[in-house]
Design a protein around this ligand. Structure first.
Ligand SMILES: [Zn+2]
Length: 172
């Protein structure tokens, strides 16, 4: 009564790995039931000066692209400056044996690094502010006098929030 249970002959057929003539073409991005990414504000293009042509979608995309590039560059600079600053501050702890000149140059370095960080932070803020304005439809209008900043000026200086004359007045 050998109920030889054959454990071996039950051989599960090796998982056939063959049925793959179907190269899955890049996981099809489901044409998602569109989350409307920011309802397109048509007819909400930034104002231009009387002698300028209206903004085109491409021009606006370029502006946005440039601002985003600036933002990531500045964010990188900011991090680098902050790291540098942290290093300097840490190192200044063991400056016991420094003579005055060393101490002075360390202070200078620290101030320099700090001003780099502050600059990057300020500019990053301006860029983010401009992106915000681009998103909410206020881009292109002077924040002081509300007249159009001008396409030419914005293309040269995408994060501008003041028209040239207000900017000059501010600097005076
Ligand atoms: Zn103005």
């Amino acid at each position: 009564m050998a109920v030889r249970k054959s454990t071996t002959s039950k051989a599960v057929p090796a998982p056939e790995k063959k049925a793959a003539p179907q190269k899955k073409a890049a996981p099809q991005k489901k044409v998602a039931p569109q989350k409307k990414s920011a309802p397109e504000k048509k007819g909400q293009r930034p104002a231009v000066r009387p002698d300028e042509s209206a903004w085109t979608a491409v021009e606006l995309r370029d502006i946005e692209h440039e601002l985003r590039q600036d933002a990531s560059r500045l964010a990188g600079e900011l991090v680098a400056a902050e790291v540098g600053l942290a290093d300097l501050i840490r190192d200044s702890g063991d400056g016991a044996g420094d003579d005055q000149a060393d101490a002075g140059s360390k202070t200078f370095e620290r101030e320099h690094e700090m001003s780099l960080a502050n600059n990057a932070r300020d500019m990053l803020q301006q860029v983010e502010h401009a992106l915000g304005r681009l998103a909410n439809g206020t881009y292109g209008a002077c924040e002081t006098c509300a007249t159009p900043i001008g396409k030419g000026r914005l293309q040269a200086f995408p994060r501008a929030t003041l028209c040239l004359s207000c900017k000059q007045a501010e600097e005076r």
